[in-house]
Design a binder for this molecule. Structure first.
Ligand code: SF4
Length: 204
């Protein structure tokens, strides 16, 4: 029987990016190929679940939107099997990925979050197309160039900067300053602000 390592499955609202507020069922897969210093996801506490168990759990919730997240979901070699089964049940499928792997064509909405901390592994990510790109802000002389390179190499409909949270502090001023510099002299296709509103709303 096919088993998946699942950290959690829960229903909530998308807290960030273009789909902020969208009701969705989140499927959090275990494991990641990066180790970001600010990461607050315990992606190595998981349980093994069969495909049937996952489908049954998901069907208990109201929303027909699924957000596949992690960890890093694209490193899971069995993911296409799960996606195919969910598609057969007519779910809308979104994914949150760091962009270092490729995203399955069954995914309806791709949100990529390239990591400046691992900038030497970018700007040539495997996934070159997305619906949105979200970059967590780090105060560094190379950060602006990183964002511009990512914009050149990943074609997306929306680009966001997200303030970094560490010890309950957001680097909001730095984020606003970078936004202003990225959008200087631009009228279309602007970089926008994305805040982790689920933390402010105290939801998962
Ligand atoms: S890529 Fe995401 S899940 Fe992985 S370590 Fe970084 S923040 Fe955490």
């Amino acid at each position: 029987m096919i088993q998946f390592n699942i950290v959690e499955i829960f229903e909530s609202l998308q807290g960030e990016g273009y789909n902020t507020g969208m009701p969705a069922v989140f499927i959090r897969l275990a494991a990641c190929n990066l180790k970001c210093p600010w990461c607050d996801t315990d992606f190595m506490s998981y349980q093994s679940m069969s495909l049937e168990h996952i489908l049954n759990t998901v069907s208990q919730f109201q929303s027909k939107n699924i957000i596949i997240t992690g960890g890093e979901p694209t490193i899971n070699k069995k993911l296409p099997l799960l996606l195919r089964a969910l598609k057969q049940e007519n779910y809308y499928l979104a994914i949150e990925s760091n962009g270092l792997g490729t995203v399955d064509p069954l995914i309806d909405y791709i949100a990529l979050s390239p990591k400046f901390y691992y900038r030497h592994q970018y700007p040539f990510p495997l996934q070159r197309q997305a619906d949105e790109v979200r970059i967590v802000v780090e105060n560094h002389p190379d950060f602006l160039t990183f964002c511009q390179n990512i914009e050149q190499h990943i074609q997306a409909r929306h680009y966001f900067l997200s303030p970094c949270e560490q010890n309950n502090q957001f680097n909001m001023l730095t984020t606003l300053q970078y936004l202003g510099r990225l959008n200087q002299n631009r009228h279309n296709n602007k970089w926008l602000l994305s805040i982790q509103t689920h933390k402010l709303a105290n939801i998962e």
